[in-house]
Design a protein around this ligand. Structure first.
Ligand SMILES: Nc1ncnc2c1ncn2[C@@H]1O[C@H](COP(=O)(O)OP(=O)(O)OP(=O)(O)O)[C@@H](O)[C@H]1O
Ligand SMILES: [Mg+2]
Length: 238
């Protein structure tokens, strides 16, 4: 559609299987090369919104579009060649495979030479190059998250979707990971991520969404949300 954002999940309504709706008219979008951040309390439906955009949920209403193309009815596998990569909140690496094998798995759909992309991932996360022969399961939490992000980048996505990429890592590692995510966005890859570290994430967000009970509660630039007294008091701890 003309004037569409690069990626949009619009008026998404639906839940899991035959269960009650989790998302209610929920809309999330992001412009090309920008960073969108979804925040909100536990159980708000943040991961569900990400899964819906990646096609892991049957929406009862609403649509998902990328670059103007309606992909609402496509399977997750069919969304990968459209340029989507999704790093889920849990089980996002193969622990008994090496770091390099994890990256190779990310590229399994590709038929071209993956060496350059792998070098780019190693350039972004140098520690992964040092540990490329080690099993991913032996890495620290922050390093595993780097493997997960790196694996997603191996598909050469247009949109990188990250569900809580900094979960369980120290503040220093979180800052570091956010810096790398900014770098990825500057390279032209659109970022949609869910974050528990709301303040820090909104600080790097071009656009932010506060979800509550599967609905949009507040939407604005990262700066607007950080300055909104209601958002501050209710979701950011003052
Ligand atoms: N696979 C599933 N089957 C059925 N219900 C689910 C499933 N996954 C999540 N839910 C329900 O959907 C609602 C939203 O969960 P979701 O995981 O999207 O929240 P969230 O905002 O990501 O929370 P958190 O911050 O804890 O990650 C919850 O009530 C949850 O119980
Ligand atoms: Mg979640």
């Amino acid at each position: 559609m003309a004037g569409d954002p690069f990626l949009i999940g619009e008026n998404m309504t639906g839940g899991y299987g035959r269960g009650a709706d989790i998302l209610h008219d929920c809309t999330v979008s992001v412009e090309k090369g920008q960073i969108a951040v979804i925040v909100g309390p536990n159980g708000a439906g943040k991961s569900t919104a990400m899964k819906a955009i990646f096609g892991m949920l049957d929406l009862r209403k609403g649509s998902v579009r990328i670059d103007g193309e309606d992909i609402t009815r496509l399977s997750p596998q069919a969304r990968v060649p459209k340029g989507m990569a999704f790093v889920p909140q849990t089980s996002n690496i193969f622990p008994s495979m090496t770091v390099e094998e994890n990256l190779e798995m990310g590229a399994f759909l590709r038929r071209d030479d993956i060496r350059d992309t792998m070098d780019q991932v190693y350039g972004l996360f140098p520690i992964l190059k040092d540990k490329r022969r080690q099993n991913a399961g032996e890495l620290s939490g922050g390093q595993r998250q780097q493997v997960a992000v790196g694996r997603a980048l191996m598909t050469q996505p247009k949109v990188l979707m990250l569900d809580e990429p900094t979960a369980g890592v120290s503040p220093i590692v979180m800052d570091e990971l956010f810096d790398r995510i900014i770098e990825v966005a500057r390279a032209g890859i659109t970022i949609l991520m869910v974050e528990q570290n709301a303040k820090q994430a909104l600080d790097i967000a071009d656009i932010g969404y506060v979800l509550v009970q599967g609905s949009n509660a507040h939407t604005g630039t990262g700066k607007e949300l950080l300055e909104d007294p209601v958002v501050r008091r209710t979701f950011l701890g003052g």
